[in-house]
Design a binder for this molecule. Structure first.
Ligand SMILES: *[C@@H]1O[C@H](CO)[C@@H](O)[C@H](O)[C@H]1NC(C)=O
Ligand SMILES: *[C@@H]1O[C@H](CO)[C@@H](O)[C@H](O)[C@H]1NC(C)=O
Ligand SMILES: *[C@@H]1O[C@H](CO)[C@@H](O)[C@H](O)[C@H]1NC(C)=O
Ligand SMILES: *[C@@H]1O[C@H](CO)[C@@H](O)[C@H](O)[C@H]1NC(C)=O
Ligand SMILES: *[C@@H]1O[C@H](CO)[C@@H](O)[C@H](O)[C@H]1NC(C)=O
Ligand SMILES: *[C@@H]1O[C@H](CO)[C@@H](O)[C@H](O)[C@H]1NC(C)=O
Ligand SMILES: *[C@@H]1O[C@H](CO)[C@@H](O)[C@H](O)[C@H]1NC(C)=O
Length: 493
């Protein structure tokens, strides 16, 4: 359900029912506006930013808090996922995929392997062998290309950092290839809007007629990284084609703003101009990889510089990261999914700084240094961190996916280790530079999990159908704002 709510427009609010990375939340949506006020005095989260050990220790405290939201390995729960998906719990399936990626980065940046075993177990389990393409029929009702993509990108990260492999199981690269192959398969592509992936995988899911940035960004990102890791140009060709499509269709404008998507019946010209940090994150990451690989200043260097510049300007007003589409000064409209977005942007910017130091490292490090002060202020001594980083204290926001904001806070500390006060971060490996993941170019096979209509209907009756009715009701009120006022960021009621 990753990006559901952004499907604004008017009727498109219906799409909130499908479930993809930018998902709508259900009951919690209505409570989003009631956050923010309660604090009990000063937060005293102590960190010495010049001391590597202190930054790592801060990350450790937050990581411990983050894992407390995971109950998947308790009896009766599902391994690998956060409580959900709605209505069984708050979190859509994709978000756990993103969380394990956050923990992989945690290990990579800090060397603390405390969460490696649970991360390995979770990714392997949700990859759903033997296909290993993260398409378990359990999640059909909430499976968009972006949802699948987020798990695939975490598997890819595992390969790039030489995250320990699990003997006897599919390796990380193979999982990323399986996701890529299912997304590159003919059944995911058509000529509507001149190309591009649809948001949803299954025609039965609301949102199938939306071709959005995040679905294509994830595919682009994976293609770029697979190309770098394997040196196989099939992946880079897809990456290039996909990035060009995103630009040609106008989802990235000439000033490097990144918009959300458009609908097939309108030939994707009804662009929803809401800007999310997660879209910027996944695109910038992919462009930085393409630049590093090709060293092409014109084709990839210019877009990278432009995108990073615009992203820092837009999302870091006063030097602190703000999710401007929903984190308004007087109200918080961010749903559970959106509460996790900031972390992806920080992690992607860190990678971009490492992949293209000459072009973008300086402004990114500068932003990290101002931003971290806000993050520190937002945390309590036990590692509970708030969502807002620009209010100088813990904001008491617990009603919308505390796991998401905790992931973001963790990312803020781990990525801070790229600044010059700290030892050099280990490079991302490739097959030729020490990568242990060997992969399988044919992973994923035929999309065996594309179920017949009757199976789908049966399975999703309880999921999609109920959600549709419910979400549409609750979302309309809150998100009409997004559909209308987002361009001006105006505050209306
Ligand atoms: C951290 O180091 C920078 C220079 O690298 C210095 O300007 C700053 O004062 C130091 N901060 C603390 C708290 O020691
Ligand atoms: C899918 O759901 C079934 C039934 O609840 C469960 O046994 C299985 O472990 C789940 N698989 C995944 C990949 O979550
Ligand atoms: C639809 O959009 C694509 C991509 O922008 C464009 O190439 C095509 O000409 C458009 N088709 C129509 C009928 O406008
Ligand atoms: C973006 O680019 C403009 C023009 O080169 C520059 O003045 C500005 O400082 C840049 N912003 C950031 C955040 O790097
Ligand atoms: C590519 O990334 C490596 C770090 O992995 C970095 O040392 C190198 O300078 C980068 N190349 C370019 C062109 O920026
Ligand atoms: C990856 O590296 C291994 C070991 O060097 C080599 O045998 C294999 O052919 C490489 N795979 C690819 C796809 O290049
Ligand atoms: C490159 O990747 C493509 C797509 O997965 C695959 O069909 C092809 O066999 C790969 N080539 C090599 C040399 O691994």
């Amino acid at each position: 359900m990753l990006f559901a709510t952004r499907i604004a427009g008017v009727a498109p609010l219906l799409l909130a029912a499908a479930s993809s990375v930018y998902g709508a939340t259900t009951e919690s949506t209505t409570t989003t506006t009631t956050t923010t006020t309660t604090t009990t005095g000063q937060s005293t989260f102590e960190v010495d930013l010049n001391k590597t050990a202190s930054v790592k220790s801060a990350a450790k405290t937050i990581a411990k808090h983050l894992i407390s939201y995971y109950t998947g390995n308790q009896p009766g729960q599902t391994i690998g996922i956060l409580p959900g998906p709605p209505p069984d719990g708050s979190y859509y399936w994709w978000e756990a995929g993103a969380m394990w990626g956050t923990f992989i980065d945690y290990w990579h940046y800090t060397g603390d392997s405390t969460y490696n075993a649970v991360t390995q177990q979770s990714i392997v389990f949700q990859a759903d062998a033997p296909q290993n393409s993260f398409m378990s029929p359990n999640w059909t009702a909430s499976l968009g290309n972006d949802d699948q993509g987020f798990w695939g990108m975490s598997a890819m990260l595992a390969a790039e950092v030489n995250f320990p492999l699990v003997p006897g199981e599919a390796d990380w690269l193979e999982m990323a290839q399986a996701v890529f192959n299912t997304q590159a398969a003919p059944d995911r592509h058509d000529d509507e809007c001149g190309g591009g992936l649809r948001w949803q995988i299954y025609p039965s899911n609301a949102g199938y007629d939306y071709k959005n940035t995040i679905a294509n960004a994830c595919f682009f990102n994976l293609g770029a990284r697979l190309a770098r890791y394997t040196d196989n140009s099939t992946y880079s060709k897809w990456a290039e084609k996909t990035f060009n499509w995103i630009r040609d269709v106008g989802y990235i404008d000439k000033n490097w703003n990144i918009y959300d998507g458009g609908h097939v019946p309108q030939n994707c010209t009804d662009i929803n101009k809401v800007q999310w940090s997660a879209n910027a994150a996944i695109i910038i990451h992919g462009v930085a990889i393409m630049y590093n690989m090709t060293e092409d200043a014109e084709q990839w260097g210019k877009p990278l510089t432009g995108l990073v510049n615009r992203t820092l300007e837009f999302f870091f007003p006063k030097g602190i990261l703000v999710e401007r589409a929903c984190e308004l000064s007087d109200r918080l409209l961010c749903n559970i999914d959106q509460h996790s977005f900031k972390g992806y942007l920080l992690r992607s910017l860190a990678t971009a700084a490492l992949m293209a130091p000459d072009l973008v490292r300086e402004p990114i490090v500068k932003a990290f240094k101002t931003n971290i002060e806000g993050v520190i202020d937002s945390c309590l001594p036990d590692g509970t961190c708030g969502y807002r980083w620009n209010v100088g204290k813990y904001d008491g926001d617990v009603s919308n996916g505390p796991a998401g904001q905790e992931m973001s806070a963790l990312a803020a500390f781990t990525t801070y280790l790229i600044t010059e006060e700290h030892e050099a971060v280990k490079p991302l490996v490739t097959n030729n530079t020490g990568g242990q993941s060997r992969g399988n170019p044919n992973a994923g096979g035929t999309p065996a999990t594309v179920m017949s209509m009757s199976e789908l209907t049966e399975r999703d009756k309880a999921g999609a159908g109920v959600l549709t009715a419910f979400v549409v009701c609750s979302i309309l009120g809150t998100y009409f704002f997004l559909a209308t006022g987002i361009g001006e960021m105006r505050s209306q009621n």
